[in-house]
Design a protein around this ligand. Structure first.
Ligand code: HAM
Length: 428
């Protein structure tokens, strides 16, 4: 007996255990459809990139000192001994594709969205998977604060369109490189006398990536951070003005936000605005999505010097939050009609009839199991199939069938040839 690997899961067409409802494929299709409709309203177009890329693309863009690169990548040598990595996130691949296809020459601004699996070798815990799925957007070409606001608005609108409550937008600016360098020095000065009191992870980060100490989950670390200087006090005038405009646009859109000067994010490519939208219903892994501005990345991977902004949103967490908040979600789709043949002749005629119905865009199925009629009917009614026809020798001889409406039990006798007209979607 084989099992799915740790931290990955199947998405099934049947309703699994109620606590596992978020693994139902019809709910994923529902989310994906919502994403496609919404992104097209904002002018974002789909990009699909490969699931693996050369390892160097990720190490260079995400940053060698980040947890993702240093601990979590699925890296392997291909048969030609090239180092490849299953994508841990979507941004780097979009940058690579943008450069490779010279898209900068085609239009001054490009707005992409994607939906797909990402791979991170994470320690297993609720809300953290080794294969998770992201809805992401990357907008390349604009340095306007309106671009930041548009992306944040898109994610917030997506999440609130389901009626989700208790969403919090956390927002911060980490400024440009010079501001960050000055801030890192101030941070290190502040923490130098408390170093031995910090967690092992934070002590390591003090050398390798001091900003990440700010979002340590260790309560003792958080205690040591009380009174820490705020990065917002280190911003250049340009960064300040940019951030003020983003905030003003949030206010105009009436998006509730919390300024969080300790929000730094776990990838190295950001500058200026960073944000996360969290849900109180998710426990420790409470980030539904996050992102920010990354103006230097495209150049860093060999492309033109263009500004960019984007986010990634974890779809497992979105579905789990929707279910936790008892949001009204669609039921599994069912066919309109089940045709149950009794005997070989009826099966042959039924096969023909069902094909004609499908050609007329009526969703229907021929019952292929050899279960007893009683069981077939009770399953049809359990599934919520609206109509059932039982077809046997009598129906074949007379050319008349009985259309049973499952909800009311009502039976309608009609010529077989009239069935399509009767069930045509416009008359249902
Ligand atoms: P990220 O914050 O690493 O950003 O991931 C985005 C979202 O993916 C998270 O907020 C979370 O909802 C979900 N997520 C991440 N890791 C896992 C996991 N192991 N299990 C379940 N869900 C997870 C990025 O990936 C950036 N590329 C976002 C971005 C795009 N920034 C600019 N453009």
């Amino acid at each position: 007996m084989y099992h799915a690997a740790k931290g990955v899961f199947d998405i099934l067409p049947i309703e699994p255990d109620p606590s596992e409802l978020w693994k139902s494929s019809y709910l994923w299709q529902f989310l994906e459809q919502r994403i496609k409709t919404l992104t097209s309203l904002y002018g974002y177009r789909e990009i699909r990139t490969p699931l693996f890329e050369s390892t160097e693309l990720f190490t260079r863009s995400i940053g060698g000192e980040t947890d993702i690169v240093s601990k979590e990548m699925y890296t392997f040598l291909d048969k030609a001994e090239r180092s490849m990595t299953l994508r841990p996130e979507g941004t780097a691949s979009v940058m690579r594709a943008f450069v490779e296809h010279h898209l900068a020459e085609k239009s001054p601004v490009h707005k992409f969205f994607y939906i797909g699996p990402m791979f991170r070798y994470e320690r297993q815990q609720a809300g953290r998977y080794r294969q998770h799925h992201q809805f992401g957007v990357e907008a390349i070409g604009s340095s306007s604060a309106c671009q930041d606001a548009e992306c944040i608005d898109l994610l917030f609108t997506f999440l609130s369109s389901f009626g989700l409550k208790n969403l919090t937008l956390q927002i911060n600016s980490i400024g440009r490189k010079e501001a960050r360098q000055a801030y890192i020095q101030a941070l290190k000065d502040f923490l130098s006398s408390k170093l031995s009191l910090l967690s092992e992870d934070s002590q390591r980060r003090y050398q390798s990536n001091p900003l990440r100490i700010l979002d340590s989950k260790d309560p003792n670390d958080q205690q040591q951070l009380v009174g820490i200087p705020s990065i917002l006090d280190f911003l250049s005038q340009e960064s300040k003005t940019h951030f003020d405009t983003v905030i003003e646009l949030m206010q105009t859109r009436k998006i509730p936000y919390q300024l969080n000067p300790r929000l730094v994010r776990g990838l190295d490519y950001y500058n200026d605005t960073v944000f996360e939208i969290t849900s109180q219903d998710l426990g420790a892994q409470n980030s539904l999505g996050g992102g920010g501005r990354y103006d230097g990345l495209l150049k860093q991977v060999g492309g033109p010097d263009l500004p960019a902004f984007g986010f990634g949103c974890g779809l497992e967490r979105v579905l789990q939050t929707l279910l936790r908040q008892n949001i009204n979600l669609p039921k599994p789709p069912v066919v309109q009609l089940l045709l149950v043949p009794m005997g070989m002749q009826a099966m042959l005629k039924g096969f023909q009839l069902i094909s004609q119905l499908r050609e007329a865009q009526i969703a229907c199925e021929l019952e292929l199991s050899e279960k007893r009629l009683k069981n077939v009917l009770s399953r049809a009614s359990e599934l919520g199939i609206p109509y059932v026809i039982v077809m046997g020798d009598r129906e074949l001889e007379t050319g008349y069938i009985e259309l049973k409406q499952m909800a009311s039990g009502q039976v309608e006798r009609l010529p077989i040839d009239d069935l399509i007209k009767r069930l045509c979607p416009c008359t249902l």
